[in-house]
Design a protein around this ligand. Structure first.
Ligand code: GLU
Length: 378
């Protein structure tokens, strides 16, 4: 079988796993399947690939424990019931992940997010920083939606969108949606025998969108619609996305070996270029940071802006706002999203990063503006 294999240059990979793969019909964790997947992921990590999991399954594991299995009560669950079920199921879900990763000595880290956390600029920066640190400390971030504080109805398929938003937030180059179907077809293959498989989508046209039907009732598949929505977010963030049949044993290993087909959605930009565009889109400048010549040189060399190189601040801004970066002579060298409120920035400007805790009373970020959150003028 000839399969498009683009994983060779994948460095940061988000893997989204749906509830039907995590829980069996009795609401028990499918530990054998999860274990095989965990060993493939551990193998990728030893190859130097960074992996972030976005997992569903809390509701599916918690429902029956609180007497809310659907066939028992024979009606749809209310939002509060779903939230209660996910609250019970989430620790069980994490326990299952912890157990299956034990064999490879992989430390797991639970991260609960809402879509708002990825959209609000300040929260986005905080979450990105925390997840970067988890990866740096060699633990594996395992993300689920924080269902208790989600304001919208817990909808099936939300995690497809959440996974795409995480891919965007983390500048990931690859997003893999493990699904119950092996990819996109011209029509629903379950009902239309002439449906043909599409191995690669280079542009998400209205024709492509029309191919996505609504979810089948029953299993927790969000259907193709939410997957195409996720693909749109991913590719505009410079991240390629695969829809892959997760019900196979070791789907990730097979994908890597090129023996399992899938649909790839390919981007026309890179995560870095997309992030610069994202920053530029938020550039209604709230102030300016005046830097010394040493800092200007460091920025030209591709480094972050540290408080030590800052001479003064102008304007009224809070952490996450866009500010101009200017030299002492008033020349603008670029702009970026600042990590501190104006009053904090005033206190630490000109100071060493290890003085931040003493000056502010908490250990903040060591950069005034992180490199990833900066766009330099050409
Ligand atoms: N967060 C929900 C859960 O863990 C699932 C949402 C989804 O499947 O998209 O049960």
């Amino acid at each position: 079988m000839k399969v498009l294999n683009v994983l060779n240059n994948a460095h940061r990979i988000i893997i989204k796993i749906g509830s039907a793969l995590i829980a069996d019909g009795d609401g028990k964790a499918r530990l054998a399947w999860m274990k095989a997947l965990a060993s493939d992921i551990a193998g990728w990590r030893t190859k130097g690939r960074e992996v972030i999991i976005v997992t569903s399954g809390a509701g599916a594991l918690g429902r029956s424990l609180v007497g809310l299995s659907r066939d028992k009560i024979k009606r749809n669950l209310s939002m509060e019931e779903k939230q209660a079920a996910t609250a019970v199921g989430q620790p069980i879900l994490m326990q299952a992940w912890e157990e299956v990763f034990k064999g490879s000595n992989t430390l797991t880290a639970q991260v609960l997010l809402t879509l708002d956390d990825t959209e609000d600029r300040q929260r986005h920066l905080t979450c990105r920083g925390a997840i970067e640190k988890i990866l740096k400390l060699n633990a594996l971030p395992i993300i689920n939606e924080n269902d208790t504080v989600s304001t919208a109805e817990i909808r099936i398929g939300d995690n497809d969108r959440l996974a795409a938003r995480v891919a965007q937030m983390m500048s990931a180059d690859t997003l893999i949606l493990l699904s119950d179907i092996d990819g996109l077809y011209t029509a629903d293959p379950k009902t239309n025998p002439s449906a043909t498989f599409i191995p690669e989508v280079k542009e998400i046209t209205t024709d492509i969108e029309a191919m996505a039907g609504d979810p089948q009732p029953g299993v927790s598949s969000g259907g193709m619609k939410t997957k195409i929505m996720a693909a749109k977010i991913a590719v505009t963030s410079g991240c390629r996305m695969a829809i892959l049949k997760g019900t196979e044993e070791n789907p990730l290993r097979k994908l890597d070996e090129g023996t399992l087909r899938c649909t790839w959605f390919t981007p026309s930009t890179t995560p870095l270029a997309a992030r610069k565009r994202w920053i530029a889109a938020h550039m209604s400048m709230k102030g300016a940071i005046i830097i010394d010549d040493g800092a200007a040189k460091a920025l030209q060399d591709g480094r972050s802006l540290l408080p030590a190189g800052v001479k003064s601040c102008e304007g009224s801004f809070v952490a996450g706002d866009a500010v101009a970066i200017k030299t002492l002579s008033g020349h603008s060298v670029g702009c970026g999203l600042i990590a501190f409120d104006r009053d904090e920035a005033d206190k630490i400007c000109g100071k060493r990063s290890d003085d931040i805790e003493r000056l502010l009373g908490y250990a903040g970020q060591e950069e005034m503006i992180h490199r990833d959150n900066m766009v330099m003028n050409k």
